[in-house]
Design a protein around this ligand. Sequence first.
Ligand code: GLU
Length: 355
Amino acid sequence: MKTNIKKVIGLFILAVLVSFSLDAQTKPKVYILATGGTIAGTSSSQVDSDYKAGAITVNQLLSAVPEILDIAEIKGEQVANIGSQDMNDEVWLTLGKRVNELLKQNDVTGIVITHGTDTQEETAYFLNLVVKSDKPVVLVGSMRPSNAISADGPRNIYNAVACAIAPESKGKGVMVVMDDNILSADDLTKTNTLSVGTFQNPNYGHLGIMYDGKPIYTRESVKRHTTKSEFDVTNLTSLPRVDIILSYSNATAQFAESAAIAGAKGIVVAGVGNGNMTTVLMNALEKLRKEQDIAVVRSSRIMTGPTAQWDEIDDDKLNFVASWYINPYRARVLLMLALTKTNDYKEIQRMFAEY
Ligand code: GLU
């Protein structure tokens, strides 16, 4: 009798262990890399919009969404804990290298990166150009602090993880999941200072939506990215300095000249209209290109439409590059990476057409 009871208990323990290990095996493994931002922020009250970005850690953040443990095995890593206004090249290079390292592991299904929304479009595009894997990489943020009424962070994180584990999310390039939308890094812009639906792909339209915890895709990324990208951060320890100069009525050449003195290797112009600028600024940039080999990219302060070549400005004569659909913030990222390879304006122009 005693032996039977022992056998039954033994079998029960075995069954529990097997079911635990099967459970762990069957759940896809997702790494959440935390960098800070409002999604990790707390406010002094549940209704005010004042808050401290990056005040809580990845583990505290995850405790707000225990539901993700039902769909994935989660590993958390704190890469930084900053407001994304302070995002910088060092964190980008660390992130790029870490993401590549993790995605090489067979048992890792995808990566979710929590990030402030202010510069999310820049980080997403940087990763879109340097990640060397087809596995899903999803950035996520929130517009409301973690302790606000109707905080959007927990739902966004759940959706981001659900997106990262879906087989159909492979090969889509780096994505941002917020407000039930799946956005592509290739055309990402923050369009509203406060709204939870702030992110858009204003030229190409979003990649799809999250519906009942599943992605529904309605388009592919139209640009070169990830495994098709020629950029590689493996051996990089720094990135060339690129500054953005704004054009407006009466804009002078002073800021462009200061950028050159400060050591910029490239300048992106957030131009008026179709990447246009004051004559005095254009003449100064032509001089900087010719005399100091500073790369010049024309982009636009207008949110939609291309900054096209062969328009009012003769780029070939000036050795300038037109950014096409890449806004000034993403143009800066691409130019930084382009300059790790070449300073030939025709080569850089090719990259701006392809990425
Ligand atoms: N400025 C902060 C950041 O970008 C808060 C904005 C946000 O996360 O929404 O991290």
